[in-house]
Design a protein around this ligand. Sequence first.
Ligand code: SF4
Length: 353
Amino acid sequence: MKKAILYEKLPASAVRCKACSWYCKIPEGTTGICGVRENIKGDLYLLVYGKPIAVHIDPIEKKPLFHFLPGTEIFSIGTYGCSFSCDFCQNWDISQSPRELKIQYAADKKALRENLYRMIDACEDWPPEKIVEYCIRNKIPSIAYTYNEPAIFFEYAYDTAKLAREAGLKNIFVSNGFESIEAIEKISPYLDANNIDLKGWTEDFYNKICHARLAPVKENIKRFRDAGVWVEVTTLLIPGHNDSDNELKSIAEFLVNISPEIPWHVTAFHPSYKMQNVPSTPAKTLERAYKIGKAAGLKYVYTGNIWGLEGENTHCPKCSELLIKRSGASVVENYLKNDACPKCGFKIKGIWK
Ligand code: SF4
């Protein structure tokens, strides 16, 4: 574990965590909502520092980031815990474990702590130096803080990102957009890109399905962009829950108002966690969302999680020329020339080199 940097002390040995928009007030001997930041004798500690439960090398398209070093690999880490508790979470076995333990051992604090510590301790050691050395040795150009919400393991991500930047590597968050203002200010100088989930358009959806709040997410999409971080946005379309024409139009118009050049990924849901009875998203819903996004004025809309649709590819917004052909998470052809359309010269926004 490591002492946190984003918190303040409160009376009676309590602390306030400032890593995400919950700003949890945490009494001594307990953890915040995410379950991995603990008040120990009046100071806040991150329990999962250097202890990721998930370590993979992914294609960057899998994050998904389509306008960022296409066709490259990205070293990806995630820890236990999350600031959200989405009923459809595809990584619920890692993101929700600390919460599940809290429920299981609600009446026995000692057993809760022992089991939580044991669970984290069983994870392999990946301190920041080891991650950066591994990436350099294996010529992997970027690191993703992903799988669960990176703000909750802020100090681990921050230390790694600083070292990575010094070594010439790029840093990417894949986040729920619920970071605190303090976390955004601190990480942005070291962050190259963020794929932010905009999981739906209503507070009701965020309250009931994600057990969270929408407003900070909308603000943070703007904040990250204003801080100079490349932002792409993802919406997982869940049949009957967040996929009406009105909701999709509202999301698309919201993004257009920030910038029509934000890539918007509309991806297919498959039954998971507490939403086993909801059917998978049909391809026609992705195609409908694609059309709504383009009609609203977004230059780049992408379909995902169902492979083989035309929406996987990048076309020039000016002349419709095919620029990047993809198949699932792979780049098949990249025709971009000097970051622009080879036919009409239209500049395509992104981080290409
Ligand atoms: S990261 Fe968020 S959820 Fe976790 S303790 Fe801090 S404020 Fe609470």
